[in-house]
Design a protein around this ligand. Structure first.
Ligand SMILES: NC(=O)c1ccc[n+]([C@@H]2O[C@H](COP(=O)([O-])OP(=O)(O)OC[C@H]3O[C@@H](n4cnc5c(N)ncnc54)[C@H](O)[C@@H]3O)[C@@H](O)[C@H]2O)c1
Ligand SMILES: [Zn+2]
Length: 720
């Protein structure tokens, strides 16, 4: 198993424990968000469960340090705001976990103790597979399905009723005799085969693929458009309930039987067990069947069968006392890592992938495992802590591979004894393997990114979509479908790979005698004409839209506007960005062009660096040159606050200011329509110099530029 960071729990001081609990709360909240809200986890469930176990162990030793935001008190994650919310009539909780046979013995003994039952008193449990999907509460009133809600944070879930109605296995109406109000709860899931099928289809279309059937089910259900959900083969097992106006039976088993009679699917592997041995026997039987089931399961759930006993046992803060999940162990195997390849995602993120000697892990042949990022390979975790006790991963290493409930295998450890003498530490590439552009890793980021967005075939389609999107060039008639069509066209006259190609399309069509587009299905004379007109209408875009459309990292609409307003013309922007040299070492300030760029109100060094990186990439320049031969971005009106004494002037602040901060001074100047620069040149109109002003003051004097002090500046702008 991988080693959750940090010293052993029994050696922690109180201070360290508090710090560790804070770190875990933050880290787990991050993973909860990815897992529950984005349906895209970054770590395996086994790794997550280790963090959880560590958190619990520390809390058990230092109960007074339990935080209000402790992961041990939370269920799931807050519902997404994209959906309306449903408050559950009864909370939807989680389940406690056990991992070993001894834990099961303890669980049963605990239940007996709580109920005051002697060792010989009868106590029946149900045992059934723990389905790896997402929990769902279906509310029926007077026999009709009225609401479908996700678990959310246990109290409030997401209203997904419209999506639920597209699932065939979920009855819309219940037969006569069903309770007046009943919330049937269970698991929405996707069968393994359907999941593989879906991923294959998504990959073909260049879409994102899901990590595992659970994520696929959650992602398919939590769609804003029910039509998308309808196209995904979701299924449902009923195994629990919330509010119910009359309970059809006195035991867990019989209520589930009632669900079956109402038309729900219930799991055929549910059994009644009368002893711990019985439970364990059923567990091991289900474990052997696991590989042959057509859906993923990650354990076996035990529940006290009699409902009156369930009632007496009640709940802890986030789990019932009358049930537990006996999880399957993570499945591991040892193999040799033969190579590390780099994959480039649609947004340019570089992900290292380990190529492995094929090995069977839990019945599945594994040949690849994700390595996440540079730090992960080096043995450094997300918050800088050592993982695998700091052991790095090298080509040639013997590694331990793990699959845990999910499909993407992980490398959890390296067997150092078996490391070949000539194995060298892995050096992360600084070039994109797809297009050869520079790959940069920004401060605070784990991933490297390819800077060749416009030329990188891994990213091109995504970039084209962005370029024509509503807030960028806004070209009507070029939706995702059309972009995909033109991108994949095998005919030169029809192909669009870079933004410039959009604008040459019409000419290329005319040159090709057949006017191929018009003969294509779905492209009538008029729609082709409309498309060309829409493209022609965008040959002179606003500068800010054009800059935004380039998809420079961190340059969203707001920053694009800031850049456009500051430089006012494309040529000034390009010249400024290409001339800028960021600081190379601490203390260094970079050159003047850099100072001007980072000096723009709202543009920090992260954005500035992304801009510089973009223009430093030769490939991008090639694409831009071609594009600028077709379109002419319109100069942006400088914001001239007319009437202000400094409107339109270029101002430089130097020396120390005493009555205002540098930022304040700059903000005021810009509000009044001045351009603030970090360096003095012949174009400078005014220098505001405080005590200690040095070379800039000297330069100003040399150029004969007006110099005033701070007080005079304040006087000048007062009331303006
Ligand atoms: N990889 C990550 O980043 C990440 C992040 C958060 C959570 N997780 C994983 O999610 C799980 C924790 O989530 P959780 O709080 O939902 O707990 P859980 O999934 O372990 O158990 C509770 C859930 O089990 C489900 N369930 C399936 N079959 C059931 C049955 N027959 N009877 C009753 N319940 C059944 C229910 O939906 C219930 O809500 C862990 O496996 C954890 O590893 C992973
Ligand atoms: Zn690339």
């Amino acid at each position: 198993m991988s080693h959750p960071a940090g010293p052993p729990v029994d050696q922690l001081t109180e201070l360290e424990a508090a710090g560790e609990l804070e770190r875990l709360a933050r880290l787990m909240a991050h993973h909860d968000q990815l897992y529950y809200s984005k349906d895209a986890p970054e770590i395996s469930d086994a790794e997550y469960d280790e963090l959880k176990a560590r958190n619990q162990a520390i809390e058990a030793r230092f109960p007074h340090l339990i935080r209000p935001d402790s992961p041990s008190l939370k269920v799931g994650a807050a519902p997404s705001e994209a959906f309306s919310q449903v408050t559950h009539a009864r909370p939807m909780l989680s389940l406690d976990n056990v991992f070993s046979d001894e834990d099961v013995v303890d669980f049963v003994a605990g239940v007996r103790r709580f109920l005051g039952l002697g060792p010989d008193a009868e106590l029946v449990f149900t045992a059934e597979p723990k389905i790896d999907g997402l929990s769902m509460s279906l509310r029926y009133e007077k026999g009709r399905l009225v609401t479908g809600a996700t678990r959310g944070d246990g109290t409030t879930g997401e209203n997904v009723t419209a999506n639920i109605r597209t699932i065939n296995e979920i009855p819309q109406v219940l037969p006569a005799g069903a309770p007046d109000v009943v919330e049937v709860r269970g698991e929405v899931y996707m069968a393994k085969a359907a999941f593989l099928d879906l991923n294959a289809r998504m990959a073909e279309r260049g879409g994102k693929v899901f990590a595992n059937p659970r994520n696929a089910a959650a992602g398919s259900l939590r769609q804003l458009d029910p039509k998308v959900t309808a196209s995904r083969p979701l299924r449902f097992f009923a195994y629990a309930w919330g509010e119910m106006t009359s309970i059809p039976a006195g035991t867990q088993y019989d209520v589930v039987e009632a669900f079956k009679s109402w038309g729900f699917q219930v799991n055929p592997l549910m059994a009644r067990c009368v002893s711990t041995d019985d439970l364990l026997a059923h567990y091991h039987e289900i474990e052997t069947l696991r590989g042959s089931l057509d859906y993923d399961i990650d354990g076996v759930v035990y529940k006290v069968d009699r409902l009156d006993l369930q009632e007496r046992l009640g709940f802890r803060s986030r789990t019932p006392r009358w049930a537990t999940a006996h999880k399957f162990p993570a499945q591991q195997a040892t193999t040799v890592l033969t190579a590390i390849d780099i994959q480039v995602g649609r947004t340019g993120a570089l992900t290292p992938v380990a190529r492995l000697e094929p090995v069977t892990v839990g019945g599945v042949v594994v040949t690849n495992a994700t390595l996440h990022n540079e730090d992960y390979i080096k043995g450094i975790g997300n918050s800088g802590e050592p993982i695998r006790e700091g052991r790095d991963i090298r080509v040639g290493d013997t590694v331990i591979v793990q699959r845990a409930g999910d499909v993407i295998p992980q490398i959890v450890d390296v067997v150092l004894d078996k490391r070949p003498a000539d194995a060298v530490a892995y050096v992360f590439p600084d070039r994109c393997p797809i297009c050869g552009s520079h790959a940069v890793r920004e401060e605070g980021e784990a991933k490297h990114r390819c800077t060749g967005g416009l030329v990188c075939s891994a990213q091109q389609q995504e970039r084209l979509r962005h370029f024509v999107s509503r807030n960028a060039l806004d070209i009507e008639g070029l939706g995702d479908k059309q972009i995909a069509f033109f991108f994949e066209a095998d005919d030169d006259a029809m192909r669009i790979r870079t933004p410039a190609d959009i604008f040459t399309l019409e000419a290329r069509q005319e040159a090709s005698q057949l006017s191929k587009l018009k003969n294509r299905e779905g492209w009538g004379e008029t729609s082709v004409g409309n498309l060309f007109a829409a493209i022609r209408a965008r040959k002179a875009p606003a500068l800010s839209r054009f800059i935004f459309g380039l998809g420079i990292r961190h340059v969203g609409e707001t920053n694009a506007k800031r850049l456009a307003r500051h430089y006012t013309s494309w040529s000034a922007f390009e010249a400024g960005a290409r001339a800028a040299v960021p600081p190379v070492s601490k203390g260094d300030k970079g050159n003047d062009a850099w100072a001007e760029l980072v000096g723009i109100e709202g543009i920090g060094s992260v954005v500035a660096e992304a801009v510089v990186d973009f223009f430093a990439e030769e490939h991008n320049i090639e694409v831009l040159t071609a594009l600028l031969a077709e379109v002419i971005p319109q100069d942006e009106e400088a914001i001239v606050a007319s009437g202000s004494p400094v409107a339109g002037k270029t101002v430089v602040f130097t020396g120390s200011l005493e009555k205002m901060t540098r930022d304040e001074a700059k903000a005021t100047a810009e509000r009044l329509g001045a351009k603030v620069s970090g360096s003095v040149s012949k174009k400078t109109d005014l220098v505001v110099a405080g005590p200690g002003a040095g070379s800039k003051l000297a330069k100003a004097t040399e150029f004969g530029i007006e110099v005033i002090d701070e007080d005079a500046w304040l006087e000048l702008v007062r009331g303006a």
